[in-house]
Write a protein that binds this ligand. Sequence first.
Ligand code: HEC
Length: 108
Amino acid sequence: MFPSYRFVETSGEQLYVNVCRGCHMADAMGARAAATYPSLVANRNLEASFEVIDVILNGRRGMPPFGEMMSDDQVAAAVNYLRTHFGNSYSDAVMASDVQRREGKGTR
Ligand code: HEC
């Protein structure tokens, strides 16, 4: 990717549309083509908010890491949007400080 690139979107919705939708699709149902992009709809794996933070920060297999391209606020906004849309209703919002605490704790 481009190490110096930073996303400018601030709302979770804008971030989803511009960053995540390309792989996870507008309805978050994912896709199965050359690669498999998992559905994020009503996804029990999103219950653990720190795991969602980690996958955005560090990437996982076919998903690139976005930690260098997003501020802690942007990661938090994306996590909170995803966990309260697409059939997910986890109301325990994360904050930028939660994201900061996860930084450097790679999952790979
Ligand atoms: C380049 C394609 C791509 C982009 C862009 C992308 N993802 Fe992913 N994502 C994937 C793939 C592939 C996986 C499956 C990784 C694996 O094999 O474990 C995944 C997995 C996930 C998971 C874990 C799902 C689960 O059930 O464990 C979450 C959460 C997630 N992505 C959220 C996001 C968010 C939020 C964004 C935007 C900030 C995003 N993704 C952008 C490709 C992408």
